[in-house]
Design a protein around this ligand. Structure first.
Ligand code: NAD
Length: 333
């Protein structure tokens, strides 16, 4: 029989190197950042979730609180620190740090403060996580994404904005409510700015396999008339204001939208998402970060889809590009 002493004498050899696992870093552990960590953990999106924030007490508390819940989620590790080194070697960085919108403020009102924050923080993050895919969430996200590309010097495939992924989910929710079908059966995108000049791409939208513009009503619902579409479009734009008015921040849906992006990157899903990326001759639109349906995988931004658009939609997209470009120029970008 083998004795414990004999076991001690068996040479163990070198331990195998552990396989590389996925790491998500979230910069900013506020309403958006910490809820995004929660959503990503619940969905098992990453094996390590690192939170970074200048507020030491808050970031440590958020990480501890999340860590206590791991038993009830897919296995993961959560760390939180006010030391940027916590983001080291991340595979994806979600940038959510920044001033939040106050009631009545537009996203553009946040631009100056956010850009100076990005100048300070982003280079330090790219130094410790040079190979990560970077996703800007902080508002005004399109201008911030454009400025971040210039500030970081990262290739435009490696850094993009969360764009209108959230707005498109709001659009789908409202269409689904009107049509009385499951939101998962609605395909529709908001394109353009994540903000007041955004626009729904109605002509390519569908409910089930029915083009939205041909929806005659079903399940007790009515057709998607121009008036209905107008109301829905307005409500998408206004919904963030309504939520901020009511509870001070939007966090759940943006966190889930962020988690969808995280999974698309970490799992190399090649998922079509309306993220905000640097456009180069997209229907003649260049040199601006704007959302259009884009293939997202482990290297970040892939091809943008040549979505068929009506004349009005194309004009709306161009106007949105002009609006975002004008703000970027105003801040020297
Ligand atoms: N793109 C979208 O779809 C979307 C949706 C919702 C909110 N947002 C934006 O996300 C941002 C964050 O919103 P929030 O509600 O979480 O705000 P918040 O105030 O709750 O959190 C911001 C966090 O950033 C931290 N922070 C500030 N300066 C920092 C620095 N220099 N380094 C590290 N951390 C720093 C703060 O300590 C705070 O914890 C805002 O710009 C908001 O407009 C974007």
């Amino acid at each position: 029989m083998t004795q414990p002493d004999d076991i001690d004498e068996v040479p163990l050899g070198p331990r195998p190197t552990p396989r590389r696992t996925s790491k998500l870093a979230i910069v900013g552990a506020g309403a958006v950042g910490s809820t995004m960590a929660y959503a990503a953990l619940m969905r098992g999106a990453a094996r390590t979730v690192a939170l970074y924030d200048i507020n030491k007490a808050k970031v440590e508390a958020e990480a501890l609180d999340l860590g206590h819940g791991i038993q009830f989620m897919p296995m993961a590790e959560v760390v939180g620190s006010d030391d940027i080194a916590v983001c080291a070697d991340a595979d994806i960085v979600m940038f959510t740090a920044g001033a939040k919108q106050k009631p009545g403020q537009t996203r553009i009102d946040l631009a100056e403060a956010t850009i100076s924050l990005v100048r300070k923080v982003l280079p330090a993050v790219t130094e410790v996580a040079p190979n990560a895919v970077y996703v800007m969430v902080t508002n005004p996200v399109d201008v911030v994404t454009y400025a971040s590309l210039k500030i970081s010097g990262l290739p435009p495939t490696q850094l993009f904005g969360s764009g209108t992924v959230l707005d498109s989910s709001r659009l789908r929710y409202l269409i689904a409510q009107h049509a009385r079908v499951a939101v998962q059966n609605v395909h529709a995108y908001i394109a353009g700015e994540h903000g007041d000049s955004e626009l729904p791409l109605w002509s390519s939208a569908s409910i089930g396999a029915v083009p939205l513009l041909e929806w005659q009503g079903s399940n007790g619902s009515s057709p998607m008339t121009a008036a209905v579409r107008e109301d829905i479009a307005r409500e998408v734009v206004e919904s963030a204001y309504r939520i901020i008015e009511g509870k001070g921040a939007t966090n759940y849906a943006v966190a889930l939208a962020g988690s969808r992006i995280i999974e698309a990157v970490l799992k190399d899903e090649q998922r079509i998402l309306p993220i905000s990326s640097l456009l180069d001759d997209y229907y003649g639109i260049s040199d601006v970060c704007l959302s259009v349906p884009t293939i997202v995988g482990s290297s970040g931004v892939g091809d943008r889809l040549a979505v068929p658009m009506s004349v009005d939609e194309l004009a709306g997209l161009r106007a949105s590009a002009d609006a975002v470009r004008a703000v970027a120029r105003q801040f020297g970008f």
